[in-house]
Ligand binder design. Structure first.
Ligand code: SF4
Length: 255
């Protein structure tokens, strides 16, 4: 079975990312590939790095995108569905407006994919999949696999992208995270994060966390663990981190 995963990218999202220096590797699809069982042969097209081959011979297409790329992603889906190739969509936009996305896909994922993704692929293989997959559970990140680095295709100023946590316990009313993740923070074991961090060859690493200061004691432990690797890292943190001298000191020392 052949699975084509597409990280959709439109001129609209490029304008936003370019102006905010946010144009680094998105790891959703390389991570989803790591959750995909072996009978499936996975290819990944990241539109920031290469064009979609609309004639590709595949059994299933998966698309992730952010809201500015929604119409573009729907056009991609339409092209494959016209050829009779089923399309599955997921990601933040699909989770927040599933009724819209469902009009453009054969299958949609609402929320997080862990656990359900493997179940869906099995049901797809057996021809008994459903239209909507939605988990009530908030998946743990304990022993989550590493995103597949051979599916990182962008050539940018960074050398690695990684997550240590997902979600945020805060409830800022303008933020989509509380709707998507129900204010639940999940963390990977520090040793696993530090080992993946060390495995990147270059020096410049992005922690793609929603809020790397969401659990400051966890983050301090992480910063201590990665300090010996002498890399530089960047992430995003809520402003209360600025009141914690120890957090700032350890963050600065770690990279
Ligand atoms: S602190 Fe940041 S990530 Fe957390 S809910 Fe507020 S805006 Fe969202």
């Amino acid at each position: 079975m052949r699975l084509l995963l597409i990280t959709a990218s439109s001129p609209e999202i490029r304008r936003i990312r370019k102006s905010r220096f946010l144009n680094f590797q998105q790891i959703t699809m390389p991570y989803l590939a790591a959750l995909t069982p072996s009978p499936w042969v996975v290819t990944h097209v990241d539109e920031e790095a290469e064009a979609v081959d609309y004639e590709a011979e595949v059994d299933l297409v998966g698309i992730t995108f952010h809201t500015p790329s929604a119409y573009h992603a729907y056009r991609i889906a339409h092209s494959f569905r016209e050829r009779g190739i089923p399309v599955v969509m997921g990601g933040p936009h699909v989770t927040l407006v599933p009724e819209e996305a469902a009009q453009h896909a054969d299958i949609i994922f609402i929320g997080e994919a862990e656990g359900l993704w493997q179940q869906f692929l099995l049901e797809f293989e057996e021809g008994r999949h459903t239209k909507i997959y939605q988990t009530a559970a908030i998946p743990s990140l304990e022993h989550a696999p590493q995103a597949k680095k051979d599916l990182f295709h962008r050539k940018d100023y960074t050398n690695g992208v990684i997550i240590s946590s997902r979600g945020c316990p805060n409830r800022c009313d303008f933020c989509t995270l509380s709707m998507m993740y129900k204010n639940r923070l999940r963390k990977r074991p520090v040793a696993e994060v530090a080992a993946e961090y060390a495995s990147f060859r270059g020096k410049i690493i992005i922690f793609w966390d929603d809020n790397i200061a969401a659990d400051r004691e966890y983050s301090k432990e992480l910063f201590r663990a990665i300090t010996p690797h002498r890399k530089w890292w960047s992430s995003q943190a809520s402003i209360h981190a600025g009141q914690d001298e120890e957090f700032l000191e350890l963050a600065a020392r770690s990279g």
